[in-house]
Structures are given as C-alpha cells and as structure tokens.
Design a protein around this ligand. Structure first.
Ligand code: FE2
Ligand code: FE2
Length: 177
C-alpha cells in the first residue's frame, strides 16, 4: 500500500491536473475565438495532456488499491488582456505544478514509499519539458506580440502536431492504449 499522506496529496494533485486541463481549455477557446488556430490547437492538445496526467494518477491509485477521490476544480481564468497573458499564465502554472510534483516525490521518499517515489519520476521529467516549452513560447509571443501571424507560423512550424507516443509514460485510466 502507498503511504497515506502520499495518497492524500496525490488525490489533491489529481485536482491540480484537472484544473490545469480546464485552464488550457479556456486558453485554447480564447485563442480560437481570436482566430489564432495554431495557438488554439497547441493549447487544446496541452489540455488533453493534463487530463492524461490526472488519469495516470487515478490508474496508479487504483492499481495500488488506494482510495481515489475525484475532486471538483475552481474556475479557470477565461478573459485575457493580450496575446501574451495566457502564455505567461501557462508558464506560471507549469512552474507551480513542478513544485507540486517535486513535493510529492519528496513526500513519498520521506515516508519510505519508494514505489510511489518511482511513480513520480516520469512526471518530474515531463515537467522539465513542459516548463521549457512554455518558456520558449513566452519568449516567442513577447517578441512577436504585434505580429500574431508570425506566432502562428512559429506554432505551425515548431509544434505541428502530436509529439508521438512516449513508451515510458504511465497508463492513463480508461485509455485503450
Ligand atoms: Fe500535468
Ligand atoms: Fe503541464
């Protein structure tokens, strides 16, 4: 059985991941309404990744025979002042999640729950990538904020679609893959 404190905190993290999903949907819808389809597509896809993160944590708890409590989430920010603000918000969110993920790994280790600590390793690696991606994107949108088509071209060129399956990723509950 995983450590009780870790289980409580992982259930909270499921809420954080679903909140990240909702926030990215809100950002995607904002860009879609502004007719910035490449930015919209990127954030719709990021939203799905966050949902998968939540469902990977659900699957871990089910496999470990621990309680899963699917939480509600508070409403995301839906209004933005300019093209930069959603990306700045996304980067802040990813940095916050990185701290949460590191905290979960530390809690598992402190409890001597090395199975749970190992489960968190994939998320630690994932957060390095997500923070790097959002940092790059923030630099691009800040530089080209007066030329949205330049940003759209960048997204089409650098983030054309699915990055492909990660065979090391944990299994999300309910997914057929
Ligand atoms: Fe996530
Ligand atoms: Fe993320």
């Amino acid at each position: 059985m995983p450590d009780d404190t870790f289980v409580t905190r992982l259930n909270e993290q499921i809420g954080n991941e679903f909140a990240a999903h909702q926030q990215y949907v809100a950002i995607a819808v904002h860009y879609d309404a502004e007719t910035l389809p490449q930015l919209a597509r990127f954030f719709y896809r990021q939203a799905l990744e966050e949902r998968d993160h939540a469902m990977m944590m659900v699957q871990y708890l089910i496999d470990a025979d621990a309680d899963v409590v699917i939480p509600g989430v508070s409403a995301p920010q839906t209004a933005f002042g300019d093209i930069v603000e959603p990306v700045a918000l996304a980067l802040a969110q990813e940095k916050r999640v990185t701290e949460q993920i590191n905290g979960l790994a530390a809690a598992a280790r402190d409890a001597g729950d090395y199975t749970s600590e190992q489960f968190m390793q994939w998320f630690i690696k994932e957060q390095v990538e997500e923070v790097a991606t959002m940092s790059d994107l923030l630099r691009v949108v800040e530089r080209s904020k007066d030329d949205p088509m330049e940003i759209e071209n960048f997204m089409a060129r650098e983030h054309p679609g699915d990055e492909g399956e990660d065979p090391t990723a944990p299994h999300p509950a309910g997914s057929s893959a």
